[in-house]
Design a protein around this ligand. Sequence first.
Ligand code: G3P
Ligand code: MG
Length: 250
Amino acid sequence: MMKKPLWFAHRGFSGQYPENSPLAFQMAVEETHVDGIESDVHISKDGELVIMHDAEVDRTSNGSGFIKDYTYEELLQLDIGSWKSPEFAGQHIWNFDQLLDFCKETKVLLNMELKNYEVFYEGLEQRVIDAIVAHDMVDQVFVSSFNHISMQEFKRLYPDIKTGLLYDKPFLDIDKYIERSNADNMHPRYMLLQYQPELVQLYHDRGMKVNTWTVNDEENIRDMIQRGVDCIISNNADILCRVADEMCGE
Ligand code: G3P
Ligand code: MG
């Protein structure tokens, strides 16, 4: 049997349900046995931490425009289910507290991605820290971002929460780059580990976990397990669990 990585449902069970919706989170827990959920957070006009992938609501709701230009009350009016299929109409955006409550209650891990690379939300790091601490979930949540300056700041503000550097393109001298970082983990897009197979060992030698995404098909899930990654994030939590159980045992 291979080493068992952690399994994560990307934006909830987004392969089957509307991404980052309450239904997608519930179904990840009810219909699969993932260890955790990955999700994305922004800040509304009136300072609420809200759960959505894009900085704009257009793609995954019946509204249009930037999250930062809407109040939380306005965002609550949006339907975030029917874009996927009419049968999912009536899903409404969650705030970060609701997602934390859900993860606490269902005892799943949470990888919270700070979406601060298009809109640079002031104070997002401290707001996320305060919510995690208030829920007493420091050991149940780890964060990540494509904005590595944000992750540096996050770790400086609160060293007890694990941080990760997301990236989706090959770097020159990544070993030197990560020496300058205080991050705990690396979050590479999975094909980068196929392009540079030596990276898994390099990160492990530095004591960093390798949490990879978004691995949706059986062949690449198998490949990532064989490469010894620590966490696999997938839209298809059902396929992920089936393949992983087969290779690593339940
Ligand atoms: O956290 C992994 C993955 O979610 C990063 O990219 O664009 O799907 O949020 P994205
Ligand atoms: Mg994400």
